[in-house]
Design a binder for this molecule. Sequence first.
Ligand code: ATP
Length: 370
Amino acid sequence: MDSKKETRTQEPGTRQTKHRIAVIPGDGIGQEVIPQAVKVIRASGADVELTDFDWGADRYLLDQITVPPDGFAMLGRDFDAILVGAFGDLRVKTNIHAKEILLGMRFKMDLYANVRPVRLLDASLCPLKGVEPKDVDFVVLRENTEGVYTDAGGVFKQGTPDEIATQEDINTRKGVERIIRYAFQYCERHTKLDGSPRKTVLMCDKSNAMTHAGSLWQRVFKEVSGEYPQLTAQHMYVDALCMHMVRDPRQFDVIVTNNMFGDIITDLAAGLQGGLGMAASGNIHPGKTSMFEPVHGSAPSIAGKNLANPFGAILTAAMMLAHLGFSSEAARIEATVLEAIRQKKTTQDIGGPLGTREAGEWVATKVSRS
Ligand code: ATP
């Protein structure tokens, strides 16, 4: 991750006061990987104050509270960043707590830019033949507050042969414009891992089938791209993009897309990086408290077994530190994760012999000495 540049785009950045970070491990493997990320943050020496919150399924099952009153306002007021694990628990069938906490944070705190760097740290992690780290170095910017995730729609005549279900895809001019503009700004301000400038913003949609929303995205993209003549604007339908991503990931630089396509293509992209256990993300609203979470979910099938890869969470912590202005600490953490991969000090999903705790401990110890 290009930590130095990461810092430049992020406004908070003053180092005079201690940065305050809210830590919400959540459910499942979130409770295993976040403690490792916290250990590494502490080992990095970054001058931050960490406060734990127990929001998640256990708390919900105990007192039916998903988010305490004033919870989101408190996060925005009292913290500079939020580090989140994952939400989702088989005991909560409705998944109401996950919706209220995670989507609540994204929607109510208006964290409109979901930033997902896709970087291959080591060739051994990529399932594609002959692909080297320099070939997979792009970022997906996913609109994070609209689309089909607004839960607009309904079911009519449920349970009858005449049942009708509608799911609305909400696209506002404001929402589309700000994520597209964010993408051009991101492209302008960030370099690739090798230091070369980013040059291309590609908008991914399905405007040939979803014509109304597609038309809005197309018009806004054309308009905003006109403000950045030094950058190249490209377009690709989402189906074609999936094919190209596995055939030749080299061609991608900055991809901007809607909420659902972003969700889908970043799982595919995570596959290029070594799987869900390796992928980091940030939920950003420039100038406001932003939230950082690994791309993976709570993974109930492996939860509680010390199997989960903590590197996605650790790389997420590095991304958060870079955002807060701790560029060198972030760079040290990333370099150490790379070393862990090279030395096979990893969990089984990426070919190592270690458990979650042991892999986290290895990175923390190295980071504290580097
Ligand atoms: P969600 O619906 O929130 O995406 P999920 O449980 O359906 O959650 P994930 O949690 O993203 O999906 O995980 C899907 C699978 O990927 C897991 O069952 C597990 O096999 C693998 N996986 C995810 N995260 C990790 C990780 N950190 N380490 C190892 N394997 C992981």
